[in-house]
Structure formats: C-alpha cells, structure tokens
Design a protein around this ligand. Structure first.
Ligand code: PEP
Ligand code: MN
Length: 373
C-alpha cells in the first residue's frame, strides 16, 4: 500500500466560519424532532464557546422504513431560529439534489454528506452538480465500509464542482468483527487520508464511532492526539427520549464536561530546546528505520534463495510447522524485550506474506524457464 497524493484545491478551515477556531467543534442532536427540542438543545450548547457549529439531521437515513425519518423542510425553519436567535451557524445532512436546494433556500451554513451517501458515486455526483458555483463548506463522512478510494472519490467530485471549503468526517467503519465500538475507528484510514492531502481538514465524529456515550471522551481524546481538526458530537436536551441514536447522545451539560476534560495538545511549541531534542530523537529513529529496511532487504534475498532451493527439490512453499515455529519464537523473543505480542504477530504475518509472495514468483519464474529448456 502506498500513500497516494490527493490533489485538492482547498481553502483553510479558518475561512469557513466567522468564529475561525483552531478546532471546529460541531454539536447538536442526531435529528431535529421538534422546534422546542432544537431550540432548547441549541441554547444549552451555545453556552459553551468551544462549539462553533450546530448540527442536526432533518432527513434521516434509516435502515428500515417506518423509523423516524426526520422532519424535513419544517425543521429548516427551526434551524433558522437557531441562527438568528441563538447565533450559532447550522449544518445539516444532504443526500440528494432536492435536499441541497432546500438547504440552500433556508441559508444552511455548512452541508454534510452522510456515510450511506458517500458509498454511492451517483448520489455524490448529483449533490456535486447541485452545488456547482455555490460557495458553501461541505463535510464528507467516510463511507460505511472501509473503502478509502470511495471517500477520496467523493471529495474529488465536490472539489471538481468548485467546493473549496471541503473537509472529511471520520465516523468509523462497519465490520463484522465485534468490537466495543458501533463502528470500528480504523484510525489508520483517517491518517492515510490526511497523509495523502495534509491541507484537508479531518473532523472526528466520536458519537457514531462509539455508539455509546461513555466512550465519547476516550475517542475524542484519541482524535485530538492524532491532531484531527475538530469533533462532531451528538447532543440532545434529553437523550433518553431521542427518536434516533439515543444511546450515544450527550446532554449539553455532559458535552461541557467532555470538552473540559479534553486535552488539546500543540503540534509544536516553538521552543528551540524542545525542537532540538525532538530532532535528535528523530535522527535516531531514522537510523533505526534504515537498519530495519536493510535487514528486510537481506531477509528477502535469503527468501529468494530458499524459494529456488525448494523449487529445485520439489518442496512446497508453505511448511506449516516452520511457520508456527517462527510465530512462537518471535513472539517469545519480543515478549522478553517487552514488545506487545500482538504487534510482533502482525509483523511476522507481514514478513511471511512477503516471503510467500516472493517464493511464488520464484517458483513460477523457474517453472517458465524449465519449460523453455
Ligand atoms: C448522523 O450524523 O446522524 C448520521 C446519520 O451519521 P452517519 O452518516 O455517520 O451514519
Ligand atoms: Mn446519528
């Protein structure tokens, strides 16, 4: 896997809203349920000056029909009251051209594309086309499945339509492996997205990753430690009665506690002594990595000889006993050095995969040349 370069024409996050804060904190209910619920929740949230954008679904994508599907256009009028009376800009989810048209008609400040929409290039293109020539910030949630190119493709479609105030929302991925999370974070995908386009703001949605409110602080802290550009946290005046995502929403008071406990560290402190020490340590890391790469290259050369040897003697590539022995001895060696055995197993799997691939190449190469003799 190589980190691709994603070429997007972007305007920085600080230009999106009047209150250009370093971290964009978005809070609000999963869905707008009533005028009262929206206004009371927004009032509670607005007391916290770390929050600069109010979120609310007005069209809710539900798995089964008959569940709460949002209040539609009517709810956009309630959001206008949030803007005017409470002074918070607002963001809603759009999933088609008609949603875009209505959101623009009611002066919604920021749009977001939901995980179930990002998976569908037709829908994303329809939204991009509806936004042609419009200057509005758009946030694109990751697709439900762990497919980075699909996420990137959606961002590209919007950027090509002229959306320069563009960001991504990391809301975790569906997997069949049971974890404590509703959606597995797979942080490496958000990091890879950022690495392919460092100027792209990436906001974390700990609510949809967690699925339960007691995990939100932990996930939000992890996002801040990975230097993500903001958070989207579902907040409801009375989560127990929420018509969607009841288990993961916070009250405005709980949101205050989470934001208070959150430690937002600096990426650099501009202190010469600190920078010098960090650079020295990084030089050591660079050297160690060079040694690792060289050792890996030597290992691959030996692997190639083993492949030829096995081919010449008609022996299979995989010998399960040897593989089990490698796993056992390497984890034991790692453990004695204080390394996490799960990490050592992963490393062995990586090496073993490369070794099998190389030996397969050797076998087919040698077979081709045997056939030619
Ligand atoms: C939401 O934000 O309420 C929502 C539907 O999220 P997602 O698209 O991430 O599932
Ligand atoms: Mn939700």
């Amino acid at each position: 896997m190589s980190i691709s370069h994603l070429d997007l024409d972007l305007l920085p996050l600080s230009t999106w809203l009047k209150s250009g804060k370093r971290k964009l904190v978005i809070a609000g209910p999963c869905g707008a349920e009533s005028e009262d619920q929206v206004l009371e929740t927004a009032k509670g949230i607005a007391r916290n000056d770390k929050v600069s954008l109010f979120r609310s679904g007005v069209w809710k994508p539900r798995t089964r029909p008959g569940a709460f599907e949002g209040m539609g256009e009517e709810a956009l009028k309630w959001l206008n009251r949030v803007q005017k009376e409470i002074g918070l800009p607002v963001t809603v989810e759009v999933a088609n051209a008609q949603h875009v048209e209505l959101a623009l008609k009611y002066g919604v400040d920021v749009l977001w594309i939901g995980a179930r929409t990002t998976v569908n290039p037709f829908s994303v293109q329809e939204i991009a086309d509806a936004l042609l020539g419009v200057d509005i910030p758009v946030l694109v949630k990751n697709p439900v499945n762990a497919d980075l190119p699909l996420w990137i493709g959606a961002l590209e479609r919007l950027n090509r339509a002229g959306i320069k105030k563009l960001g991504a929302i990391h809301r975790g991925f569906h997997t069949n492996i049971k974890t404590q999370f509703r959606n597995a974070p797979m942080w490496e995908l958000a990091i890879e997205l950022k690495a392919s386009c460092p100027s792209l703001p990436v906001i974390c949605d700990p609510s949809h990753i967690s699925g339960r409110r007691d995990l939100i602080l932990e996930v939000a802290q992890r996002a801040m430690d990975l230097d993500m550009d903001g958070l989207m946290i579902e907040t409801h005046r009375d989560p127990a009665t929420a018509l969607s995502d009841a288990a993961q929403q916070l009250t405005p008071a709980m949101l205050d506690i989470v934001l208070e406990k959150l430690v937002v560290r600096e990426t650099s402190i501009g202190d010469a002594g600190f920078e010098h020490m960090l650079n020295t340590l990084r030089e050591v890391i660079d050297e160690i990595d060079q040694e690792i790469i060289q050792s890996f290259a030597r290992r691959m050369q030996v692997v190639e000889r083993i492949g030829e040897f096995k081919h010449d003697h008609g022996v299979t590539i995989l010998q399960i006993e040897r593989w089990l022995e490698i796993l056992r001895t390497r984890t034991e060696a790692g453990e004695s050095l204080g390394l996490d055995s799960e990490m050592v197993v992963e490393l062995c799997q990586l090496l073993h995969k490369a070794s099998i691939k190389k030996q397969t190449e050797v076998m087919s190469r040698d077979e081709d040349s045997d056939a030619g003799e």
